[in-house]
Design a binder for this molecule. Sequence first.
Ligand code: SF4
Length: 495
Amino acid sequence: MIQIFLEEQMFYNEVYDEVKLFFNENEICFTDELPPDEKGGIFLYCKVDSEAAEGPVFRINLEWDNSSYNADIPIESKNIGEMETEKVRELKRQIKRHIYLALVKCTGRELPWGMLTGIRPAKIARELLEEGKTEEEILSTLTRFYMLSEEKARLAYGVALTESKIINRTGKDMISVYIGIPFCPSRCLYCSFTSNPIAKCSHLVSKYLDALKSEINGVQRIIEEKSYKIQSLYIGGGTPTSIDTVSLEGLLEHINKTFNMTWIEEFTLEAGRPDSISKDKLEAAKNYGVNRISINPQTMNNRTLEIIGRSHTAEDIIEAFGLAREAGFDCINMDIIVGLPGENLLMFEHTLKEIGKLNPENLTVHTMAIKRASRLNEHRSEYNLISGEEAEQMVNMAREFANSIGMHPYYLYRQKNILGNLENIGYCKPGYESIYNIQIMEEKQTIIALGAGAVTKVVYPSDNRIERAFNVKNIEEYINRLDEMIERKKALLNP
Ligand code: SF4
């Protein structure tokens, strides 16, 4: 149990997120009482001291057993609200850093990603690259200031380098477009997305697709007005290929007829579940310009596939992959998950070996994250999950495997409640980096998103600002309120 006394509520997120790296939610308690509860435990005290001898300071003090950690961060003014934005940002970084150092001292644990709590660990490295810093300087900042392990610092730097090449060759008028199909053959155990079992929602599919086509028309008018060029198009979900062939063909045809496809470098279709893939769907996708698809096994162990609620086998994955190659796809991504319930190192190794035989161009290695809205979270006690250390062994095994088949990491993100505080890594063969994945992760490009639950992100690079427009998640509401969804985007793009 850790008790926290925090005087300045504006630092709540920084303090809470950092403490949460070491403690579970139910072990963290904020208190207004001083001095700390005499029952003992660990006490974190964060407060401005305006009477300090050398001028005002922000004081971090951690006490446990008979030990303590103390740090005074000098501040310009005792009234933090009067400080410049950049100075407050720096203060936030320092607060996080000292809390991390204090908790390392108290718990004896160092974390692979050091003090970093955000979802984009490569972003710091990329910003330092943009400032003209050398590799040595960046690695030093990541390991000494942010306290990443040497290995994670190198990973973040390598990814930032690859991402920069793609971002820097992107014209300012270029955008990406995301189209969401929120249906799946069944719901996976760990899923928290907007996905609806298609058998239960069959009465809504054609109405949904009609609404989506109208939204495509509305968005095309906006794109024309703004003279945007579409660089990448991504049809995701859910599982877009869970709709029937004629419907999928109709949607792809509408996209091709409506959008100007001239500048598109990458057109991805998530064909995530092999039980949704057919030769006809793949051929239709190929004919309408899709040049990247995703076939996501998650695991190649049949028993695990059953446990996680996927109604297909590893053999189905191999067959679907073969069909995709026959249809002419030369850029295929496969997603796998580290730490699926019941899996051990040997089972994970089996998955990697099977993937090696298929030899895809992209491999995305997710680490299991327990999402609030998932069935796994609801029935957590019924499942056997591995420790953070075992998850790390699997992540390392995946890295060695990816390297052995000529892949390098090109994008990277972290999630809340991820096993071992690890990460998700996208690997690829040289030249097969997904533009869309990099753009969505680094938030340097406007992404217009269509469909139920889709989130449009408009990037204003000159003032380092991002604004969002949300589409409603419920399918029926989306259909009924379609005009409003288009208007929200219009309003955001024409402030
Ligand atoms: S395939 Fe993906 S979107 Fe569909 S239920 Fe599984 S995790 Fe969710």
